[in-house]
Design a protein around this ligand. Structure first.
Ligand code: ARG
Ligand code: ZN
Length: 854
């Protein structure tokens, strides 16, 4: 059953203190919880504590055993409670058989927890909602040999040994927190320790826990943590608030990482790195996820969400903060492009599907389904628009007021915008529509120039097409960055504030009609529809002062050329000559920014292309994209090859300049691989590489160009890395995303691999996820075999891990733009899934929505 945002009621009870004790044991783990409960206001409502998969042993009220209570599969309900009381609850759980990786689970020999969003109820009976804030004291008992480290939130206040080989540790977290931030870890690890002194002089111990033997791979994560701590002090005056900050890397984890107070738990792929095993992209992701979780300490933990509909309050804001951090650590333009790709490839697709929802959803069946690109990444774009509208200084004022008002509270998205508004004395009422309205706004732009007066008129219409969840759309407050480019290369910029469905913008003082670049820096998460000449696009691509606009114009050139070769067609007149002029211009201009150049010669992904047109013609879109690739190669191959050789260097280091060079070089190799000399260069790069970026670059190029050497290089890779599952995931993913006739039997083989494990989300994602998301020819095979394969697999996976199954079902639910035959086959698979008696809520919600059943 669905929960609705507008049904929110404050809790009838608060739990100010909780004392937990865990006796960790493979047979049966005993959990004791002592709650200090306070009735809120005058009422006679019972206390309904959430609980799932728990065995209740005993309940005591103020020290006396309680016989009268109501127990269901979902709750323990206590009635007739005094205004203040102590409730003691004894339960038993079975972490070893918990394969959902939610609550307390045991995997690869250690215990760990994941509580967000509603996993705490699988640990003990509690008010499992983010507006119940408590102080935690946690005691953990476990075998000392097997679990030398017993960790929880806050400070270690006591510990001791017991006779039976067990030991115990007691932790206390001085900060009030909601239960989704609770964490417990028990295991044997290698530990790296460093320290950071905050600007006000607090010395913080930084501790990183990794699998035995992996210590050397933890250095980059720790260095990243220090950078993040420093950055938040400099940019937002935000300091860390405990004496200890722990990060634990685990192999079995449903998502990227989790910001539990003082004790982050991470998917090991976002912690472990060295040049031999991790790519530049891995290094980047680690730095960014480490920062993201650290930034949550203020935006998420110190100020948390009132209810889960407000998730974007912490996630949108924290993603924005981690994006700004990454931009400062490396290249702002390349980072911006990375952010925009996520929006255009995945968020626009979500808007176009039955899962369309506002960044603050209205209705949820399974909260885990709403950790989406809309809530996270579009949420971050909405925060970014505030940053643009208010300027960095105004935004900082708003942040200061937000913490002044709400530190220690559980609040709403409106509270955040109100702080921004009040700190800057402006009215953001219309801006708030971004929080309630789903869908991708479209700006249709017309440009007029009166040569006699030198007046330029831009007529902009905004329109948000209806989405499956909302039939009425309002005009939004949209900041549009504009750049007027003159013939001599000079340019001026401006920000237009769109508020109406149609607006005219008049600007004079031009001698000649300028070229107008719109949506610089991607100033809003919208689509722009306008007719631009090839010449104007080339001018922007080669001469704009905004790196994003340059890239965007190049992407438009590529996209429109591709669409013109498909039944969707294009209204822009992009020809082969436009393409070659773009390439010549780029390569001759001796661009200094190699990373931007790499992005500018990279074609838009199929996923991005699909979101630009009404229909996805699978075969025709793929062959059009391939045709453009061939045009590019046949024109630029000698230049590409010369550049490629000129960029060779050794001695890997993760620095912005080295990363940029490798990125460009590997992009060039992608093209060169399909030429005659390609095989040789690919093999050479593979053999000579001293780092994973170039090794993987060679394999990707070989895979893409269907080189004969691919299989040989892949088996060599497998031999080298067969004992290292995180590295092997790259190999799994390359196999699973490969275009080949017999891909399905290859998938079977991959899943029979020694290292494959259906219970490990990383493995499942690299094989099944890579196929469903990135093998569009295999997944969309005309006979429906790809859909069938995924449908059948998900049926099994849903019984093991519903959260992961629900993520992977996404491509199957995004059938809207495909052809009739494929739609029928996809829906048949969805119907089959729905036929399953005990389908999880997670998969049920997405599948039933996508079939229009609710
Ligand atoms: N709060 C975590 C983060 O943003 C992610 C938690 C995701 N939880 C979930 N159930 N999907 O880093
Ligand atoms: Zn987050």
């Amino acid at each position: 059953t669905a929960k609705r945002r507008l049904d929110y009621q404050p809790p009838a009870y608060q739990i100010h203190d909780i004392e937990l004790s865990f006796n960790l044991d493979d047979e049966v783990t005993k959990v004791k919880s002592l709650l200090h409960v306070f009735k809120q206001g005058d009422h006679d409502q019972p206390l309904k504590l959430d609980g799932e998969n728990l065995t209740l042993i005993e309940v005591k009220l103020n020290g006396k055993s309680l016989q009268q209570y109501e127990l269901t599969d979902e709750a323990l309900t206590l009635s007739n409670l005094p205004d203040e009381c102590f409730i003691e609850i004894y339960t038993e759980i079975d972490p070893a058989s918990n394969k959902t990786l939610e609550g307390l689970y045991k995997a690869s020999g250690s215990y760990c927890t994941q509580c967000e969003a509603e996993g705490f109820r699988k640990i003990t009976y509690f008010l499992d909602r983010p507006d119940v804030l408590s102080k935690y004291t946690v005691t953990i008992y476990a075998d000392k040999k097997r679990y030398p480290y017993l960790l929880s939130n806050g400070n270690k206040i006591d510990s001791g040994d017991l006779e039976d080989g067990k030991h115990w540790v007691k932790w206390q977290d001085p900060f009030f927190k909601p239960c989704y931030l609770f964490a417990l870890v028990a295991g044997d690890f290698d530990k790296l320790t460093q320290s950071f002194t905050t600007s006000s002089g607090r010395k913080v111990a930084l501790e990183l826990y990794v699998d035995k033997g992996m210590a050397h791979r933890g250095e980059h994560a720790l260095a990243s943590l220090k950078k993040a701590m420093k950055w938040d002090e400099v940019v937002f005056d935000l300091e860390y608030d405990l004496d200890i900050y722990m990060v634990v890397a685990v192999d079995f984890f449903n998502m990227g990482a989790m910001e539990n107070k003082g004790l982050n738990v991470f998917n090991s792929k976002y912690v472990l790195a060295d040049s031999q095993t991790a790519t530049d992209e891995d290094y980047f992701n680690i730095e960014s996820v480490i920062a993201h979780e650290y930034f949550h300490n203020w935006t998420g933990n110190r100020v948390t969400c009132r209810d889960w509909f407000q998730l974007s309050l912490k996630e949108g804001l924290t993603v924005f903060r981690d994006q700004q951090f990454s931009a400062d650590m490396g290249s702002p333009v390349v980072n911006r492009i990375k952010n925009v790709k996520v929006i255009r490839e995945h968020q626009f697709a979500e808007d176009a599907s039955a899962m369309a929802h506002p960044i603050r959803p209205d209705e949820v069946i399974e909260m885990n389904n709403f950790y989406t690109v809309t809530v996270y990444d579009k949420g971050a774009e909405v925060i970014r628009m505030l940053h643009t509208l208010l300027t960095p200084a105004g935004f900082k004022r708003g942040i200061d007021l937000y913490f002044k008002r709400h530190d220690g509270q559980a609040v709403t998205c409106d509270d955040f915008v109100n702080a921004m508004q009040d700190a800057n004395s402006i009215n953001l009422d219309q801006f708030k529509v971004w929080y309630e309205q789903s869908g991708t706004p479209e700006l249709t732009v017309e440009q007029d120039f009166a040569a006699d007066t030198g007046t330029l008129t831009l007529t902009i219409q905004q329109h948000t097409p209806v989405t499956l969840d909302q039939s009425q759309k309002k005009p939004l407050y949209i900041p549009v960055r504009v750049e007027y480019l003159a013939n001599d290369g000079s340019s001026t910029t401006d920000i237009i504030h769109l508020t109406q469905s149609q607006q005219k913008l008049v600007r004079d003082g031009f001698d000649v009609e300028p070229t107008v670049a719109l949506l610089g820096d991607f100033s809003a998460p919208v689509k722009v529809i306008r007719t631009l000449s090839a010449e104007s696009l080339l001018t922007i691509a080669l001469h704009s002062n905004d790196g994003f606009s340059r890239w965007d114009a190049a992407q438009t050139i590529y996209s429109q050329f591709i669409h013109s070769l498909t039944p969707n067609g294009s209204t822009l007149a992009i020809t082969q000559e436009t393409i070659t002029a773009l390439l010549d211009g780029l390569l001759e201009s001796a661009m200094e920014d190699q990373a931007l150049l790499a992005e500018m010669i990279t074609l838009p992904s199929v996923e991005t292309l699909v979101q630009q047109v009404p229909k996805y013609y699978v075969e025709s879109l793929h062959s059009a994209r391939e045709k453009l690739e061939r045009i590019i190669i046949s024109h630029a191959q000698p230049m590409f090859e010369k550049q490629y050789h000129g960029l060779a260097f050794t001695n890997y280091d993760y620095t912005p300049s080295q990363t940029a060079t490798r990125k460009l070089r590997n992009q060039l190799l992608m093209y060169i691989a399909s030429t005659e000399q390609g095989e040789e260069l690919v093999t050479q790069q593979f053999m000579q590489s001293d780092n994973m970026t170039d090794t993987l670059g060679a394999l990707k190029a070989a895979q893409h160009a269907k080189c004969k050497c691919f299989d040989k290089l892949m088996s060599q890779f497998e031999e080298t890395w067969r004992a290292d599952p995180i590295v092997l995931d790259k190999w799994f993913a390359l196999h699973a995303s490969r275009q080949s006739e017999d891909i399905l039997s290859r998938l079977d083989l991959l899943m029979g691999h020694q290292q494959f494990n259906h219970e490990n989300p990383n493995r499942v994602r690299s094989v099944i996820g890579s196929f469903a998301f990135f093998n569009s020819t295999g997944f969309h095979a005309k006979d429906g075999s790809g859909y069938r394969y995924i449908g059948q697999y998900l049926q099994k996976l849903d019984k093991i891990n519903p959260q992961v199954a629900s993520r992977i079902v996404t491509p199957l639910t995004q059938w809207q733009k495909l052809d009739e035959e494929r739609i029928v086959k996809m829906k048949a698979e969805l119907v089959r899934l729905l036929d399953n008696k005990d389908l999880s809520n997670d998969v049920y919600e997405k599948v039933s929505k996508s079939l229009g059943y609710q």
